[in-house]
Design a binder for this molecule. Structure first.
Ligand code: PGA
Length: 259
C-alpha cells in the first residue's frame, strides 16, 4: 500500500485524475466509479481535461460501486443520476457503457449476481476509485461486512444515513437499504485508489491504513490488496502515526515508477 500525503484536496484531485488519465490512454479500460463528495474534484479535473485536450472516455466502461434501494434510476439522488450529473454526462462515454445497480430490482439477489457477471464479462476493473465513510465503510460495506463479501443488499448505519442526509430533504428520506459491491468484489479490481480529504476522515483513514485488518473497519480490507494508492490531504492524514515516513518515501519516489 502506498500512502501519498498531498497539501490540498485540489492536489488529491489532480493526482487521482492523472492515474485515471494514464489508464484510459492505454486503450479500452474499465473504471470503477464512486459517488459522494470526495471524488467531485477528480471528476471536475477529468471534465476539464476532456474539454481542454479531448481526453476521451469513448473506449472506457464504468461500473458504479453502489446504489440506494427504492430510488428509481431517474431520481436525482439515485447514483445513476448523480454520476451522470457529476461526471459521465459531461464527457464522451458511449451510451450503455456506464453501468450501475438497479435499486428498484424486485429480486436483489438476481440483480447483484448479474452485476458481478457484467463486471467479469468486461474483464474486471482496472482502476477502482474509492471514498471512505467516517465509520470506515468502503462502498456501502458497513462495519462487520465480510472481507470476502460479494455484491449484495446491505442496511445503512444511522451514521451513514445522517452523513448522507445533506443530499436529501430530511434524514428520513435517506433509504435504509442499498446494493453495494462487496469487499471481496472491490478487492478484485487491479488498482484501488482511495481518496480522503478533510479532518472528519482522519480517524477512519488511520484505522484503515495502520489499524488491524478487522471487520470493524471495512476499509482495512485494502491491506489485503497488492496495489493500493491512498491519496490524502494533510487534514485526512493528521492521525497517521507514520506520516513522515510516507512523505519521505513519496518525496524520493523515482518519477518513472508512477502510482
Ligand atoms: P463522501 O462519502 O465522499 O461523501 O465523504 C464517502 C463514503 O461515504 O464512502
Amino acid at each position: 500500500m502506498e500512502i501519498i500525503i498531498l497539501a490540498t484536496p485540489a492536489d488529491v484531485a489532480r493526482t487521482a485524475a492523472d492515474v485515471i488519465e494514464q489508464q484510459v490512454r492505454l486503450g479500452p479500460s474499465v473504471l470503477g466509479l464512486a459517488t459522494g463528495s470526495t471524488p467531485l474534484g477528480t471528476y471536475r479535473e477529468l471534465i476539464e481535461r476532456h474539454r481542454k485536450y479531448r481526453l476521451s472516455f469513448n473506449q472506457t466502461q464504468a461500473f458504479l460501486l453502489d446504489e440506494y434501494v427504492g430510488l428509481p434510476t431517474a431520481h436525482p439522488q439515485s447514483y445513476h443520476s448523480v454520476i451522470r450529473a457529476d461526471f459521465t454526462g459531461s464527457v464522451d462515454f458511449r451510451p450503455g457503457s456506464v453501468h450501475g445497480l438497479n435499486g428498484m430490482a424486485g429480486d436483489a439477489e438476481a440483480e447483484t449476481a448479474e452485476y458481478e457477471g457484467h463486471i467479469a464479462a468486461a474483464g474486471g476493473i482496472d482502476v477502482q476509485l474509492l471514498g471512505i465513510g467516517a465509520d470506515g465503510h468502503l462502498g456501502f460495506n458497513e462495519p462487520m461486512s465480510s472481507m470476502s463479501s460479494r455484491t449484495r443488499i446491505k442496511t445503512l448505519t444511522r451514521q451513514t444515513r445522517q452523513d448522507n442526509a445533506r443530499f436529501f430533504t430530511h434524514v428520513d428520506d435517506v433509504p435504509n437499504h442499498v446494493l453495494t459491491q462487496g469487499l471481496g468484489t472491490i478487492r478484485e479490481a487491479r488498482h484501488l485508489l482511495l481518496l480522503a480529504t478533510g479532518r472528519a476522515k482522519a480517524e477512519a483513514v488511520a484505522a484503515a491504513v495502520e489499524g488491524p485488518v478487522a471487520a470493524s473497519c471495512p476499509a482495512s480490507a485494502l491491506q489485503l490488496h497488492p496495489h493500493v494508492s491512498v491519496l490524502v490531504d494533510e487534514a485526512a492524514a493528521s492521525q497517521l502515526a507514520h506520516r513522515e515516513y510516507y512523505s519521505d518515501t513519496y518525496g524520493r519516489k523515482p518519477a518513472w515508477q508512477g502510482l
